[in-house]
Design a protein. Structure first.
Length: 684
């Protein structure tokens, strides 16, 4: 053991999770040997999820990419050769420059939340793309429907402080498997439970979280808005309303009241597939218990009406005056609380008046297969992928594969491992992990800014995302001073004087000065300053200004060939497609699973543990059936997201999901999907 093991390095978890934990990494002989939660950070409290506690295993994985690779065989053949950084960057820059000379919009960046860091995410990359004039990417794949619904109602991604859930007397955990995806919130919910709070889980799947709550409401996928409107009906009929709060701090009450009165519990029960009495009792509990809090999460917005559903749920706290209490209200995302200086960091001014087209990341399968046209613009000739694995995670992946397999598509992938997407690249560039670079992080589950220090030197020839885009900028002839800024400067730029950066350096985090009960006296960040039941902004777009229930485009039971609804929540030990190649975590998960209720398995001749095919008009994938009460009748749960090449027969659950978009936010409808399931031997 060396001296560097005596002082663990302070860092932050980079992954797409509301907890944004503070990390302590123990280093021995230049290797990260242990990753722990920082006990001094109140939200982390020394505890990490199983996934991130194995982060050192990921950093020092034997299959880690440690040198640039160039394709030498046909697309998808897996044949690559080592190449120097200079050779790779020179060729990439030359190829991009030639395409840009014709039309820079033929070049597309593709990235998301492989790291949530502001610096290694888009800090330098966005500057490069803006200066180049490449197509813009609409980053919608996870949260934009719910985010738009929240923004149209509350004015932004804002809400109650997560720590105050511990003081609530009623907590609705809506569309969230908190034990698996929001572990530190679950600790607060358990504290509230011990203090007498009632916990209700609202989710089509009987999750691990539902097991631990007092009640589980197993509604059909895509019916959340119907349930919320019916709760409003009961609040009105029984006068469980805070009339003063409604009068002073909301907009559009009379119109919402009229709509809600069309949703008696009997109607909602039929739509949602839950008992009438369960809706009535939930409404009574919500209307009469103070303080009442809702932990909403993004699972419920991945359907056709996802934005409206988020709007409907976000209206509820204002009706009962829950915002008056610091332990009342709602939290979906806190990211709107952070004063990030995005223009200074991302430099959209480098566009210099140009307005490139925007490509939605959720329709990448279709868009890579499009030819040039007046409505679409130039054919996509090059894609640079970083912080994402679209071949595994994007919907209707059969088309995504065909698009990336185009021999005339120039593809560069910045990665830690040879993912499904990297298999189809022309160049694979080895990227640093969180242990090897500076970064700064916001959170969408609490209100602390966290700093990540590099704990070890980059392994092999790995380079930071920022270094790669700086080097490409130089080769493209971009001489603006902003391309010379180092990563620590970018960390400082992200917030400027908005935070105490020295304190961030000294402790690893800074807590934002957010009011204890931010909307106790109204003051919502909407145009009116009120909670907007009626949105003039939506009306101006020709959309319904009030929240409503929009039935799924593909509800289960309505298609004779594909009668089952399917949702595809993440497997507990993976985070989307991250960690799938960490052997210890894959050993825990075992194999790709489809949870199916006994009522649906029996008539199909499906036994527990049997290999099945899951299919619809878009494609099929194969996995093992688990006959389980975690699935409700009529709904199957395809746990994801396995790398295609690590699953049976080289496909995954996204083979059958749709590129159709949501009502608001232009987001994908992963959980609005109909399928049929059959034993594998019945194929053909």
């Amino acid at each position: 053991m060396t001296a560097d093991a005596l002082s663990p390095v302070r860092g932050a978890c980079p992954h797409d999770c509301p907890d944004t934990c503070a990390l302590l990494t123990t280093v021995e002989n230049g290797r990260a040997v242990r990753v722990q939660g920082n006990p001094d950070h109140r939200h982390t409290d020394g505890v990490l999820c199983t996934k991130v506690s194995r982060y050192a295993e990921r950093t020092h994985h034997p299959e880690r990419l440690l040198q640039p690779l160039r394709r030498v065989g046909p697309k998808g053949s897996g044949r690559f050769e080592p190449v120097s950084w200079d050779e790779a960057l020179d060729d990439i820059a030359a190829r991009l420059k030639a395409i840009a000379a014709r039309d820079p919009q033929a070049i597309l960046p593709y990235s998301y939340a492989g790291t949530m860091g502001l610096v290694q995410g888009e800090g330098m990359a966005a500057r490069f793309w803006h200066r180049l004039g490449a197509s813009l990417l609409d980053r919608t794949i996870c949260a934009s429907a719910g985010g738009e619904g929240l923004t149209q109602t509350l004015g932004g991604k804002v809400g109650m402080k997560v720590e105050h859930f511990a003081e609530a007397q009623l907590i609705l955990i809506w569309g969230s498997n908190s034990i698996g995806s929001n572990l530190h919130f679950w600790k607060l919910a358990q504290l509230a439970k011990r203090n007498g709070a009632r916990l209700v889980c609202i989710d089509p799947r009987r999750t691990e979280t539902a097991d631990k709550c007092h009640e589980h409401i197993a509604l059909k996928p895509g019916t959340d808005a119907a349930l919320a409107l019916s709760l409003m009906h009961e609040l009105i009929v029984h006068d469980w309303l805070d009339h003063d709060y409604i009068a002073r701090h909301t907009l559009g009450w009379e119109a919402l009241r009229e709509r809600a009165l069309k949703w008696p519990p009997e109607r909602a029960a039929e739509v949602c597939g839950v008992p009438v009495q369960q809706i009535r009792e939930l409404a009574r509990a919500y209307g009469t218990t103070k303080p009442a809090a809702i932990r909403l999460n993004y699972g419920m917005q991945r359907v056709r009406g996802g934005g409206n559903a988020a709007r409907a749920v976000a209206c509820l706290p204002a009706l009962v005056g829950a915002w008056r209490h610091r332990a009342g209200g709602l939290l979906l995302s806190a990211s709107g609380m952070f004063p990030v200086r995005r223009e200074a960091l991302l430099r959209p001014d480098l566009l210099a008046g140009r307005t490139p087209r925007t490509i939605n990341m959720s329709t990448i399968g279709d868009d890579l297969l499009r030819e040039a046209s007046p409505g679409f613009g130039p054919k996509i000739e090059a894609v640079v992928v970083y912080n994402s694995n679209p071949v595994a995670v994007a919907p209707e992946s059969g088309k995504v594969v065909r698009g990336f397999a185009r021999e005339d598509l120039f593809t560069v992938v910045l990665e830690h491992f040879q993912t499904d997407t990297a298999d189809l690249a022309d160049y694979i560039l080895p990227a640093t992990t969180q242990h090897e670079h500076w970064d700064i992080h916001t959170s969408y589950g609490h209100t602390d800014v966290l700093l990540n220090r590099p704990a070890i030197a980059p392994q092999g020839q790995a380079r930071t995302n920022t270094d790669v885009f700086r080097a490409l900028a130089a080769r493209m002839g971009f001489t603006e001073p902003c391309f010379a800024e180092d990563d620590l400067t970018l960390c400082r730029t992200a917030f400027g004087d908005g935070i105490d950066f020295q304190r961030l350096l000294d402790t690893g985090w800074v807590t934002l000065p957010v009011p204890e009960a931010p909307f106790a006296e109204g003051g919502f960040p909407t145009p009116s300053g009120r909670c907007e039941f009626h949105s003039a902004r939506l009306a101006a777009q020709g959309l319904d200004p009030l929240p409503d229930h929009l039935p799924n485009a593909e509800p289960g039971g309505t298609h004779p060939d594909y009668p089952l609804a399917m949702i595809s929540p993440p497997a507990r030990n993976f985070l989307n497609s991250s960690f799938v190649n960490v052997q210890s975590l894959r050993d825990i998960e075992g194999q790709p699973l489809l949870e199916i209720h006994a009522d649906d398995a029996a008539p199909r001749g499906i036994a527990d543990g049997q290999m099945v095919r899951v299919f619809n008009e878009r494609g099929e994938y194969r996995c093992v059936a688990e006959v389980s009460s975690r699935a409700r009748p009529g709904v199957v749960n395809g746990l994801g997201i396995w790398w295609r090449k690590l699953g049976p027969f080289g496909t995954n659950v996204n083979e059958v999901t749709s590129q159709r978009l949501t009502d608001l936010g232009r987001a994908p409808t992963f959980y609005d999907c109909h399928v049929q399931v059959a034993p594998l031997e019945a194929a053909g």
